[in-house]
Write a protein that binds this ligand. Structure first.
Ligand code: COA
Ligand code: MG
Length: 292
């Protein structure tokens, strides 16, 4: 992510394409992005009808919010038809589930290119299989090539728990090494990365704690399943007032004439370098975009 291409992805809400009542809520929701789901939230018998609804859901959408569609895996009987139908509706992103290798991304990208999908249609990837985690560095490297369309990773924590047999504890202790590796890989590839869902949407205290943890781990935002989770995610993944005040102080200090030629200065008894200035400017730009 460079700041001139920055899009907030603090709150990313799944809505099953088969849930008409939830779909009618879209315009009233304050989330940064929506993922219309054709995969696990839709029963096999409803897959084709759900796919046919996507174009109607995306038509006339507001540009302020990213609209992404999660298709079925390309290896499944629905995947290729999903990809081609969804591409025609030109969403901001197509989310690929169960990827395992760079080839999975490149295959989807080739299909989009062959069918003249505009460059604005990006690929997002669910990281939810052991194989994807083992290959995560190579997959993330695709992010350095805009032609790959890869823009964002989404942690699929429920599938990771299922596929590996680890115990899902409230503190996510067994997931933690893999989630940190995912953040690291995303940064190496210049990609955004979204934390997994919290299934218990009634326990908002636990949810707030998990959001704070995800933000501290470096995630850009949180995957959500229920509207009640939006506000807490927006808050947790926005720059904190204290961090903004510090960023302003650093920017102002380097702007003073006596500091013009200096690489490192003292500010309130702490060493501040130009790398902190760059970090501060990025944070302030981010806050300005979120505020707008
Ligand atoms: N997006 C938009 N609106 C939603 C929503 C969602 N993901 N989940 C619930 N709502 C709406 C409901 O339609 C309901 O509307 P109403 O007040 O007009 O009746 C309201 O929010 C309150 O919903 P609630 O009764 O608390 O939940 P529910 O029993 O209707 O739905 C789930 C619970 C879990 C089935 C539902 O939240 C859901 O399907 N979430 C997404 C699941 C998903 O996509 N999973 C795949 C990725 S992990
Ligand atoms: Mg999954």
């Amino acid at each position: 992510m460079t700041i001139d291409t920055y899009r907030p992805r603090r709150s990313v809400l799944y809505i099953p394409a088969s849930n008409d009542k939830a779909l009618t809520k879209i315009a009233s929701l304050a989330c940064d992005a929506i993922i219309i789901d054709l995969e696990d939230a839709v029963l096999p018998a409803d897959k084709a009808a759900a796919r046919d609804k996507v174009a109607g859901i995306l038509v006339g959408r507001e540009r302020r919010r990213e609209m992404v569609v999660r298709i079925n895996a390309l290896a499944s009987e629905w995947g290729a038809d999903d990809l081609l139908a969804v591409a025609k509706a030109e969403p901001d992103g197509i989310l690929l589930p169960k990827i395992g290798t760079p080839r999975d991304i490149l295959e989807a990208c080739d299909l989009l290119d062959d069918n003249f999908a505009p460059d604005s249609v990006k690929l997002w990837a669910m990281v939810e299989t052991p194989k994807a985690l083992l290959n995560i560095g190579a997959i993330a490297e695709l992010g350095r090539d805009p032609a790959s369309r890869l823009a964002c990773f989404v942690a699929g924590t429920n599938d990771l728990v299922k596929a590996t047999g680890i115990l899902a504890t409230p503190d996510r202790r067994y997931l933690m090494p893999w989630l940190m590796q995912l953040v690291l890989a995303a940064r190496a590839g210049g990609l955004d990365v979204i934390d997994g869902v919290a299934n218990d949407f009634r326990d908002l205290d636990a949810f707030a704690r998990e959001c704070a943890e995800g933000a501290a781990m470096g995630f850009d935002g949180k995957s959500l399943i229920h509207p009640a989770q939006i506000e807490l995610a927006n808050r947790a993944f926005s720059p904190a007032p204290q961090a903004l005040a510090e960023a302003r102080a650093i920017r102002d200090a380097f702007a003073r004439p006596e500091n013009a030629g200096k690489g490192v200065i003292a500010l309130d008894g702490r060493m501040v370098e130009r790398l902190h200035l760059a970090q501060a400017e990025k944070l302030l730009a981010k806050a300005a975009i979120i505020g707008a």
